[in-house]
Design a protein around this ligand. Structure first.
Ligand SMILES: Nc1ncnc2c1ncn2[C@@H]1O[C@H](COP(=O)(O)OP(=O)(O)O)[C@@H](O)[C@H]1O
Ligand SMILES: N[C@@H](CCC(=O)OP(=O)(O)O)C(=O)O
Length: 256
């Protein structure tokens, strides 16, 4: 039905400024590119983080002492806010979107997995862009995905995606600390390469996302080993997604 299926993951740091506020033009730019792909018969599934930071923006400092409960509360407040933003922007581009909130257990073989496949396939068949995020309201501690990079990798496999694009706030994987003078962008990675030595601590605060470059690399290699070429690239640049689809040399490409 479509020429290509692409899973696009957008991390918290892509869509926030230094005050941790959601930057709407970033989301607008993302949706513009997805709508351009749709016109070319390329269907996207969006995996979007941001609910925790969006909830934090509304609630501010919470009285809740328990960290897991605080995350559930922030996310429950922020998720509808994220969807309101996406709904409006997709509508502006003459497109439809829908929310899918899986948990890790939904991916184990069985009825939940089948239901999820049917729903996502049905949405795509109707020309509706599925927007997935972890169901943070009910996923706590051991039942959680390690982060949305894992969720994106699983969804890419679930729908037999042709590509997985992981958008972050940096151009890709660097051969050392991204700010160090002697580090450079690594353009091509094999699923078997051991590059963890290049990963630096990120020191993120609560709500600023969970992943980190190490996790992006792990899941990119996992998807690539299953024959899904995966790109780690800068989502704050205006045309990253289109450039990747057009085969331009952007970001870090992980492939067999
Ligand atoms: N070798 C590396 N190359 C690139 N970025 C790295 C590297 N090591 C650590 N990082 C950090 O990883 C960050 C991206 O991961 P993360 O903050 O989790 O993003 P997101 O919110 O998009 O998931 C970069 O901003 C960078 O500071
Ligand atoms: N589910 C959480 C995102 C967790 C996560 O993996 O964040 P990130 O590392 O920014 O992709 C949220 O929506 O805030």
């Amino acid at each position: 039905m479509y020429k290509e299926r692409v899973v696009i993951k957008v991390g918290t740091n892509v869509m926030t400024n230094k005050d941790n506020r959601i930057v709407r033009p970033v989301l607008r730019n993302l949706v513009r590119q997805i709508s351009e792909l749709y016109e070319r018969d390329i269907m996207a599934v969006l995996v979007s983080s941001g609910s925790v930071i969006a909830g934090k923006e509304v609630l501010g400092k919470s009285k809740i002492k328990n960290k897991a409960q605080r995350r559930q509360v922030y996310s429950s407040i922020g998720q509808p806010r994220m969807m309101r933003l996406y709904y409006t922007i997709f509508y502006d581009y003459g497109m439809k979107c829908a929310q899918v909130l899986p948990t890790k257990r939904d991916f184990t073989p069985g009825v939940h997995r089948e239901n999820m496949i049917n729903c996502v396939e049905g949405l795509m068949q109707e020309g509706v862009v599925p927007i997935a995020n972890e169901d943070d309201a009910v996923s706590v501690k051991t039942s959680m995905f390690s982060d949305n990079d894992e969720l994106a990798c699983l969804i890419a496999q679930l729908i037999n995606a042709d590509k997985l694009i992981i958008l972050t706030d940096i151009d890709g994987l660097y051969s050392g600390h991204p700010e160090a003078k002697n580090s450079s962008l690594i353009s091509n990675v094999d699923p078997e390469d051991d590059l963890q030595k290049y990963i630096k601590e990120s020191g993120k605060a609560e709500g600023e996302g969970r992943g980190g470059m190490g996790s992006k690399l792990d899941y990119a290699q996992e998807a690539a080993s299953r024959n899904i070429p995966t790109y780690i690239a800068n989502g704050t640049n205006p045309n990253t997604i289109i450039d990747i689809i057009d085969g331009k040399d952007v970001g870090t490409k992980v492939s067999l």
